[in-house]
Write a protein that binds this ligand. Structure first.
Ligand code: ZN
Ligand code: ZN
Length: 204
């Protein structure tokens, strides 16, 4: 039996000598640095007739789902809700004054900046850093997919490998890790991707 001396990285569950891998922290930083630009670029994703209609004038067509997602992400509570929420949380923990920005864009710029500036401390100490990283990754991925025109990553259903557990995990290829809801086994990124595909009927 092999005993792990290192503890699992809080963000990806793979063993690590630090609380969080440098690479995992760097990915979080990249996302935070990308979000203000993605927020602005999303305005372009909202223009009708820009994507996939061959340039024909889009008269009286129902809004395509991509536009709705872009609207949600740009609305208060979208990207702003995620990074603004975590930035305000940080300020409250540190007893810092929260600036009263009016525009969504200003809140996003401020939030991403203060989270990046304090990311080292957040990764060292913040009790909910995993949640924070997950939410930030998710919103960045959604925004980037709309801006670049890529489709959202497909989810696949895989079977938990614990003996006698019938748990199904819904994962994306870029997942940082997943926990089986049934038996509570935690899988890291590469472990998840090695799990067998689940029966389609069971996955539905
Ligand atoms: Zn990690
Ligand atoms: Zn399981």
């Amino acid at each position: 039996m092999n005993y792990e001396i290192d503890l699992p990285c809080i963000l990806c569950d793979k063993s690590s000598r630090s609380r969080i891998h440098e690479g995992c922290e760097a990915r979080m930083r990249e996302n935070l640095e990308a979000l203000p630009g993605l927020y602005r670029a999303l305005a372009g994703a909202l223009q009708p007739g820009r994507r996939g209609d061959g340039g024909r004038p889009s008269t009286r067509t129902a809004p395509i789902p991509a536009n709705e997602t872009a609207l949600d992400l740009r609305a208060r509570g979208g990207i702003e809700g995620v990074v603004g929420g975590w930035a305000r949380d940080l300020c409250e923990r540190e007893s810092w004054t929260i600036p009263a920005y009016q525009s969504i864009e200003a809140v996003i710029d401020w939030s991403c900046k203060i989270l990046v500036t304090n990311l080292r401390v957040i990764c060292d100490e913040h009790p909910a850093v995993r949640e924070m990283a997950d939410e930030i990754r998710q919103v960045t991925r959604q925004a980037r997919a709309l801006v670049t025109g890529e489709r959202a990553p497909r989810r696949v259903s895989v079977q938990c490998s614990t003996p006698d557990c019938s748990g199904i995990l819904r994962v994306t290829l870029d997942t940082a890790g997943e926990r089986c809801q049934r038996c509570d086994t935690q899988y890291g990124h590469s472990e998840v991707l090695r799990l067998p595909l689940a029966d389609r009927r069971a996955a539905a």
